[in-house]
Design a protein around this ligand. Structure first.
Ligand code: SAM
Length: 284
């Protein structure tokens, strides 16, 4: 249990870091301050830039996937924590047919409470009849589902996806943002195998063993192809004008520190494009 507490605490840490970077102006997210309480201290510019690269790259891939599928798709975020993407995508008119978030019940119950208490968040939830089904740790609201599960228990994950009415015929993007990194490689492999039974693309920020090993994790399980990029490469692929803007926000004393930080992580995505929406071309 102590171990699970430590894993869940990684969400508080990630959420606080993201909120801090948003307040500094690294990227726009009007919803994060509604979900995540203000943290105590500031973070080094290197940390802020690291989060900027991670959030921006994942946003780009998510949006491209949804656009390619003409919004006729699903997003399943495993270990979603206090992520705000559902609301941000909706504001852009890029909401998928269904957005499903899963995490430990201790995390989802806190997220449920925050959503319940914030009118701005509640108003964005689409429901056909205005009804939202709540329990203490789960909610179902038309195109948004927040459910609890232990991701190590595959049958529990399957059951919860079924409860959310997941449609196996739709292109589905599984997102594991800094989740498998906490769960051990063996489990990560099980997840990769299991998700392949669907028509989907998956990407995550992972501990960077070697880029080839990361790719093989997917291709050896029958995914059509996979891409793995070191975070430093990801950074250089982000839109130039935005990079110039964020590099002016804070002065970076030691670029080597940032580069060191980036070598620990990579971004991986894989696809098998059963619905032929063109996932082969998805890129930053
Ligand atoms: N994806 C979010 C982000 O990037 O902001 C949160 C990342 S946080 C580092 C990792 C999340 O994965 C936590 O919310 C944690 O509770 C969740 N998680 C890790 N292992 C899990 C498991 N076995 N079952 C359910 N959730 C898990």
């Amino acid at each position: 249990m102590a171990c699970e507490d430590a894993v869940m605490a990684t969400n508080d840490d990630a959420a606080q870091c993201k909120r801090f970077a948003v307040e500094k102006g690294y990227w726009n997210d009007p919803y994060i301050s509604l979900l995540v309480p203000k943290g105590k201290s500031g973070h080094a510019p290197e940390i802020n830039r690291g989060y900027y690269a991670r959030v921006t790259a994942i946003r780009i891939l998510k949006q491209k996937f949804i656009e390619m599928a003409n919004r006729e798709c699903q997003v399943v975020s495993l270990g979603a924590g206090f992520d705000t993407s559902y609301w941000c995508l909706k504001e852009l008119g890029l909401n998928p047919k269904s957005y499903i978030e899963m995490d430990f019940s201790a995390v989802t119950s806190r997220k449920c409470q925050q959503i319940k208490s914030k009118k701005v968040l509640l108003d964005k939830l689409a429901t056909e009849d205005g009804d939202i089904m709540w329990s203490s740790s789960e909610m179902h609201a038309g195109d948004y589902h927040l459910v609890s599960a232990d991701l190590r228990k595959i049958s529990e994950v399957e059951q919860k996806l079924a409860d959310c009415g997941v449609d196996k015929s739709l292109p589905t993007l599984f997102v594991t943002e800094c989740v498998l990194v906490n769960m051990g490689d063996k489990f990560g492999q099980v997840m990769v195998e299991n998700l392949r039974t669907r028509d989907c693309l998956l990407h995550g920020v992972a501990a960077c063993a070697s880029l080839d090993t990361q790719k093989q994790r997917f291709t050896s399980q029958g995914w059509t192809d996979a891409t793995a990029l070191e975070m430093m490469t990801v950074y250089t692929h982000l839109p130039k004008a935005d990079l110039q803007r964020i590099e002016r926000i804070e002065f970076l004393d030691e670029r080597e520190l940032l580069e060191q930080l980036y070598t620990h992580y990579c971004l991986v995505w894989a696809y098998q494009d059963k619905s032929a929406v063109g996932l082969k071309d998805i890129n930053l």
